[in-house]
Design a protein around this ligand. Sequence first.
Ligand SMILES: Cc1cc2nc3c(=O)[nH]c(=O)nc-3n(C[C@H](O)[C@H](O)[C@H](O)COP(=O)(O)OP(=O)(O)OC[C@H]3O[C@@H](n4cnc5c(N)ncnc54)[C@H](O)[C@@H]3O)c2cc1C
Length: 399
Amino acid sequence: MDFESSAKTRDLLERLGAFMDAHVYPNERLYHEQVAADRWGHPPILEELKAKARAAGLWNLFLPESEHGAGLSNAEYAPLCEVMGRVHFSSQVFNCSAPDTGNIETLIRYGSEAQKDRWLQPLLDGEIRSAFAMTEPDVASSDATNIVATIRRDGGDYVLNGRKWWISGIGDEACQVMIFLGLSDPDAPKHQRHSMILVPRDAPGVTILRPLTVFGYDDAPHGHMEILFENVRVPAENMLLGEGRGFEIAQGRLGPGRIHHCMRLIGLAERCLELMCRRVKTRVAFGRPIAEQSVTLERIAESRILIDQARLLTLKAAWMMDTVGNKVARAEIAMIKVAAPNMACRVIDWAIQAHGAAGVSDDFVLANYYAHARKLRFADGPDEVHRNQIGRLELAKYA
Ligand SMILES: Cc1cc2nc3c(=O)[nH]c(=O)nc-3n(C[C@H](O)[C@H](O)[C@H](O)COP(=O)(O)OP(=O)(O)OC[C@H]3O[C@@H](n4cnc5c(N)ncnc54)[C@H](O)[C@@H]3O)c2cc1C
């Protein structure tokens, strides 16, 4: 494996780091103050930072090998994504945030020219945001073939009905479009029953019922919403790729965006380890700095080992996606999807412990980051499902 960064990546990494130091970290508090003042609005500081990032050429850095991106491979993007992961909202600053990244990839790959004009360009320009509406309260949604919300053809339109929940991003007023996964033909073969269709946020019949919370965090203004779709009528042209092709899109959608969360989790864990180290050097308990307690040293060492292991596995998965494709890399992708959130949970938990009561407060990022890392053990596909796949692939070697 060649992990040598290209000159281009090194330059981007340097500029991204300088941008974070000059503009993102100093405005972290302001961002949260603006969100607190208008929870479901759109914090003005974000738009200021986006304009600066775009002017600095730090924009749409994902999208490997695409004319719309910076032309980076997955392995080249990984260290940049890691830096963004250190501050929860910062991937938005560079127009590299989920779920827009996956939705942009979907539109590039499967959108019609009209769909691209209407939705892709404003997304690439960071003028609007988007959501992905799959999960439903009434069925085990880790198996997407269970989805029961319906998409029915009616003349020149499709009519959508159903209840979705945990739809991220729709809390932000900038979020103008959703990709909706629904059942379009219950009698078709299992993987041809579902379709994906574009739904404008303001389509009549779309009702946002409530924001859900993750260990008490509503993640405003992004949010995770429960949404009712009642006879929502959208033009037939909004269908992506074609009726019954939802799983074909889902397969393609499981592209580069699949491991962005893992890349960001490395940066998030690094920041928590840094906080832990700074804290234990300055706090004295029972006559000695906490840093000098052997259990603390052991946890710091173990955190360093876990983070570096996860980073290498992330890079290996990214490198394989670049060189042999997502299909051949599926074991590595599944492995890092298990390893990264588990690693981050472990490291953050130790950092919280080292902070004492301060660690579970919102005076530090730790509690919020723990909530984020913990939910990624199932939100991006449950650990168990990834492990089943890894196990089966391993066993297949001995057929
Ligand atoms: C903060 C957050 C944001 C989210 N954002 C979105 C979003 O934007 N759009 C969207 O559509 N969804 C979103 N989700 C939902 C997420 O995708 C689902 O939670 C996930 O797919 C799991 O589905 P489920 O919750 O229905 O769990 P279930 O499918 O009911 O699974 C529950 C548990 O069953 C076990 N399990 C399942 N399958 C197996 C198996 N094969 N072997 C062993 N055990 C198994 C696992 O322990 C799993 O955690 C989000 C969730 C969260 C928490």
